[in-house]
Design a protein around this ligand. Structure first.
Ligand code: SF4
Ligand code: F3S
Ligand code: FES
Length: 258
């Protein structure tokens, strides 16, 4: 059963813009992205929208819907009253390119700062080995689709542009944690998370976890354990002494720290 949906959409570019009111016919079972596509096809041919898969997997269609960071392709119209006006605005934390499209290159710059996975030499038989439990532990973190909704909502950079150089954000704390928990990675991810990543600026508000469309428990499973690991490195006198005299340390899980 179709009905006329009222939409309020931000339109503009780097020089400025504002909200405009529109009305478009929608059908049962549709999502916000469907409504915007129909509006684009019938009324606003030049409306800029970034999207790709329409299946919640590419992470392209991130926007703010009624003020909440969400994927447009995964937000059902049935979540709203048919009489309600749905407001769609671009991600606030990143610079506008046009309409609903923002420049998310901040995230790619932060990704470039992250040294890639660096395993030690192979065993004598040419293989590398790790425990199944270590394989499973990182699995949740690899579900990330890089939608950057967590980056958008985090107040450390959302409200403080000047923090951006010093803060890599929840998506990358996830990556720090994944690699620090990997038994075959040889980089010192704890020092990197503290110094280059600015994990100390995170005050565990958990907003990132609330908006993650992949339901990754970013704060409890990645950020808090990573903060604890950083604190171990910085404040445990035995760990400090071991690092000074070159002894390999065991972390909380008993694995060898290379
Ligand atoms: Fe998106 Fe979740 Fe990945 Fe953040 S952690 S970029 S919210 S999928
Ligand atoms: Fe930001 Fe998430 Fe920490 S929202 S403050 S990174 S818990
Ligand atoms: Fe790919 Fe929405 S279009 S996640």
């Amino acid at each position: 059963m179709g009905y006329e949906l009222k939409l309020r959409i931000w339109r503009g570019d780097r020089s400025g813009g504002g909200l405009g009111d529109y009305s478009v016919e929608v059908s049962e079972g549709e999502v916000v992205l469907d409504a915007l596509h129909r509006l684009q096809a019938t009324q606003l041919n030049d409306l800029a929208i970034r999207w790709n898969c329409k299946a919640g997997k590419c992470g392209s269609c991130s926007a703010e819907i009624n003020g909440k960071p969400r994927l447009m392709c995964m937000t059902r119209l049935s979540d709203f009253e048919p009489t309600e006006t749905i407001t769609v605005t671009p991600l606030r934390t990143f610079p506008i390119i046009r309409d609903l499209v923002t420049d998310v290159s901040f995230n790619y710059e932060k990704a470039k700062e992250m040294p890639s996975f660096a395993p030690p030499p192979r065993d004598a038989d040419g293989k590398r080995r790790m425990s199944q439990i270590d394989v499973e532990r990182g699995q949740e973190f690899r579900k990330c689709i890089e939608c950057f909704l967590c980056q958008d909502v985090c107040h450390v950079i959302r409200d403080h542009e000047d923090n951006k150089p010093a803060f890599s954000g929840p998506r990358f704390f996830l990556r720090f944690a994944e690699l620090d928990m990997h038994p075959l990675d040889t980089h010192d991810r704890r020092s990197l998370a503290q110094a280059a990543g600015g994990i100390g600026l995170c005050n565990i508000t958990k907003c990132c976890t609330e908006v993650c469309p992949e339901n990754i428990t970013i704060t409890d499973n990645a950020i808090i354990p990573m903060k604890e690991r950083v604190a171990d490195r910085m404040f445990d006198p035995l760990v400090w002494l071991g690092s000074k005299i070159g002894i390999r340390n065991k972390d909380n899980d008993g694995r060898t720290e290379l």
